[in-house]
Write a protein that binds this ligand. Structure first.
Ligand SMILES: O=C[C@H](O)COP(=O)(O)O
Length: 354
């Protein structure tokens, strides 16, 4: 389906007031996102009292969810200039990530250079844009100072994974202290991991208390709650854990660390996105969504964006409410954009991340 029409909901995402559109502007440029992803005109989610009746009332019809997701890639596809516009938008929503045991300051500096200029200048200019950055750079605690230095002068925030990432099994007081140290080191966003055992044993009060303590330790830094959905057993658990984390004040809920056997999937995303919608409708607070792990193809990014647009609307396509957690997605998007501009595909190795 070539869907460059208004009625099918697959137009390029709307831009915010920070980036006014113009009829004369090519569609690609219209998708530019405001830079400085941590900034938001929305109040933070302060959390609410634990409401177990609400959380435990959440169910998930797995076969219906899987059927809905299976048809999504076929139902929604965008082509040509509109596809380029969506891909530029996707770049502005990436938490460009390196989380490897062999990370070095030099690798982080190269990653940050890529975050500052994610697409070659000639390609960007051919698409009618002069500047674009990723949503954030995401690193381990030890790499925060190098990332902060390398991003100096930009509004790109540094996000740090924390609380004993990826398993979250270190002593509780150390996990809380790790958050505080990362904030002191300059991280503006903290990606915490929840204790999966609290979900698997139905100890919702403990999950709520833990999340609340993590949120408090973050102070002004925004907190993303990584559920590690691949280890939660059921979609019903995913729905309940999402809700409890939002009740405890999560700014974002995030699928995965990238280290589980199964990371971001569309069914898990649909469940989490609908929990966000439910929470918004009852409390009025916006909570962001971050699918992470295994999203490496431009076409997959487009499916996630259309799912967000369909379920939550354009407001959730800004970097204060949506991110991709991805280490290699940008390379594939850049390849697709180069093809869009030149008609030729370049080899993947010409688009290294770091
Ligand atoms: O949070 C981000 C993930 O760790 C990145 O996972 P990935 O390397 O599969 O893209």
């Amino acid at each position: 389906m070539d869907s460059q029409t208004a009625e099918d909901g697959t137009q390029p995402p709307n831009t915010s007031a920070a980036n006014p559109t113009s009829k004369a502007t090519p569609p690609a440029a219209q998708s530019a996102a405001p830079q400085g992803a941590t900034h938001s005109d929305l109040p933070r989610n302060p959390g609410i009292a634990l409401d177990l009746d609400w959380a435990l009332g959440l169910e998930a019809n797995t076969s219906a969810i899987e059927r809905c997701c299976a048809s999504l890639p076929g139902r929604r596809s965008v082509k040509k200039d509109y596809q380029a516009a969506w891909l530029l938008k996707a770049i502005s929503l990436i938490d460009l990530t390196t989380l490897s045991g062999d990370d070095t300051e030099a690798r982080v500096r190269r990653l940050c250079a890529k975050a500052r200029q994610p697409v070659r200048a000639d390609i960007l200019s051919a698409l009618g844009m002069d500047s674009l950055t990723t949503g954030a750079v995401c690193v381990y605690h030890d790499m925060i100072p190098a990332a902060v230095r390398a991003l100096h002068g930009t509004q790109i925030p540094v996000a740090a994974v924390s609380t004993g990432f990826p398993a979250g099994l270190s002593p509780f007081h150390l996990r809380v202290e790790e958050i505080r140290e990362s904030v002191r080191a300059g991280a503006k966003e903290i990606d915490i991991v929840i204790s999966r055992r609290h979900v698997l044993s139905g100890n919702w009060q403990a999950l709520y208390d833990e999340m609340k303590a993590f949120r408090e330790a973050c102070g002004d830094a925004h907190v993303k709650a990584i559920l590690a959905t691949g280890e939660l057993g059921t979609l019903r658990n995913v729905a309940r854990a999402s809700m409890i984390c939002m009740m405890a004040g999560a700014d974002f809920i995030k699928t995965s660390t990238g280290k589980e056997g199964v990371n971001a999937t569309l069914p898990v995303s649909l469940v989490m996105i609908r929990a966000i919608r439910d929470y918004y409708e009852r409390t009025g607070f916006h909570v962001g969504y971050k699918p992470a792990g295994g999203i490496s193809k431009a076409k997959d990014a487009l499916v996630y964006l259309s799912l967000m647009k369909e379920e939550l609307g354009n407001r959730w396509l800004q970097p204060d409410l949506f991110r991709f957690g991805a280490s290699s997605l940008l390379g594939d998007i850049e390849r697709q954009l180069e093809h869009h501009v030149t008609g030729a595909y370049s080899a993947g190795y010409r688009h290294p991340m770091a």
